[in-house]
Design a protein around this ligand. Structure first.
Ligand code: NAP
Length: 297
C-alpha cells in the first residue's frame, strides 16, 4: 500500500480524531490539526505511545493566519499533502425563522468558508505535483433536511455542490475530490448541537414546546448512532483506493434513510418529521399558548 501524507482538520475529537489515528495506524504520515491545545497534546501522547507518524498541532479553519502557519509548517517538512481531509465542523440547531444572522454566519464561517480556505491553501501544491485528494466531510444532512437543522443542512448542501464543482475542475490536474457523508455517529457533535440550541430554547420561543424535547431527541439519536469506525474506514478507502468513489455514505443504513426520504412523497415525509420533532399544534401549544393562530378547519 502506498503511504500517504494526510492532513486532517478538526482532529481533536470525534470523527477527525478517530480518522487521524486510524490513518496513522495504517502507516500514513498524518498531520492532525485542531484548536484545543490540551486535546492536541493528548492525541499526540496517544500517537507517540504507539510510535505512530502523527503530528498534532493547531489550526483554526476560520483563521487565515493559523491556516498559513500550518501550511508553511507542513510544506517545510513534507513538501505537500497527498490527502486533505476537511472534517472540522459543528451543527447549529435553531428554528430557521429565529436564527440570528451572527449565528448563521458563524456556522457558514466554519463549515463552508473554513473548508474552502483550507482547500485553497493546499490545492496549489497538489496542482503543481499533478496529484492529490480532497475528502470533504459533509453529511447525510447534505442530502436531506430535518426541522431545526436548516442552518447546518444549508452548510452541508453547500459543501456538496462545491465539492461537485471542485471534483470536475480539479480532475484535469490529477486531483480527486470525494464526499464523506456520515449518518448518525456518536461523537461530541450532538452535545455541541444542543449547547448551540440553548440560546433558542427560551420559554417565550414560539417553538418552546417542541424544543423542550431536544435532549430526549438527542438521546434517541445517540441510541441509533454508531461509533466513528465506519467513517474512518471510508476515509481510509478514499485515501488509498486507486479510484476513490465520489461519495461515501456510512453507516450503510443511512443509505436507506436517504433512499426512502427521496422516494416517498414530500408531504408524507414532512408529516413524519413534524411528528418526530414535536412540530404539532398540541406540542407547540403546550409550550406557549398565545403563539399559534386559530386552527385552520
Ligand atoms: N457526528 C455525526 O453524527 C455527524 C454526522 C454527519 C456529519 N458530521 C460531520 O463530521 C464532522 C466532524 O464532526 P464530529 O461528529 O466528529 O463532531 P465533534 O466530535 O464535535 O468534532 C468536531 C471537530 O471539529 C473541530 N472544529 C470546529 N470548529 C473548528 C475550527 N474553526 N477550526 C478547527 N477545528 C474546528 C472541533 O474542535 P473544537 O473542539 O475546537 O471545537 C472538533 O475537533 C463535522 O464536519 C460534522 O458536521 C458528523
Amino acid at each position: 500500500m502506498v503511504q500517504r501524507t494526510v492532513l486532517v482538520t478538526g482532529a481533536t475529537s470525534g470523527i477527525g480524531r478517530h480518522a487521524a489515528l486510524h490513518l496513522a495506524r495504517r502507516g500514513h504520515r498524518v498531520f492532525a490539526t485542531g484548536r484545543n491545545p490540551g486535546l492536541l497534546a493528548s492525541l499526540q501522547a496517544e500517537a507517540d505511545a504507539e510510535k505512530l507518524r502523527l503530528e498534532a498541532f493547531e489550526m483554526d479553519v476560520t483563521d487565515a493566519v493559523s491556516i498559513e502557519a500550518a501550511r508553511t509548517r507542513i510544506e517545510a517538512s513534507a513538501g505537500s499533502v497527498d490527502v486533505l481531509v476537511n472534517n472540522a465542523g459543528y451543527g447549529l440547531w435553531a428554528p430557521m425563522s429565529e436564527v440570528t444572522d451572527a449565528d448563521l454566519r458563524k456556522q457558514f464561517e466554519t463549515n463552508v468558508f473554513g473548508l474552502m480556505a483550507v482547500t485553497r491553501a493546499f490545492v496549489p501544491a497538489m496542482r503543481q505535483k499533478g496529484s492529490g485528494r480532497i475528502l470533504n466531510v459533509s453529511s447525510v444532512g447534505g442530502r436531506i433536511t430535518f426541522p431545526f437543522g436548516g442552518a447546518y443542512h444549508a452548510t452541508k448542501y453547500a459543501v456538496e455542490s462545491m465539492s461537485d464543482a471542485l471534483r470536475l475542475e480539479l480532475h484535469p490536474f490529477g486531483i480527486d475530490v470525494a464526499l464523506i457523508e456520515p449518518g448518525m455517529i456518536n461523537t461530541n457533535f450532538a452535545a455541541q448541537t444542543v449547547s448551540h440550541l440553548a440560546a433558542y430554547r427560551t420559554s417565550d420561543s414560539p417553538y418552546a414546546g417542541a424544543l423542550a424535547e431536544a435532549d430526549a431527541l438527542v438521546e434517541k439519536a445517540e441510541r441509533f448512532g454508531v461509533d466513528p469506525s465506519c467513517i474512518s474506514e471510508a476515509i481510509a478507502h478514499a485515501s488509498e483506493a486507486r479510484r476513490p468513489r465520489t461519495r461515501y455514505v456510512a453507516p450503510l443504513r443511512s443509505y436507506f434513510g436517504i433512499f426512502f426520504m427521496k422516494l416517498l412523497p414530500t408531504r408524507w415525509v414532512d408529516a413524519a418529521l413534524r411528528a418526530f420533532s414535536g412540530l404539532t399544534r398540541a406540542k407547540l401549544l403546550s409550550g406557549r399558548r398565545s403563539s399559534l393562530p386559530p386552527a385552520v378547519a
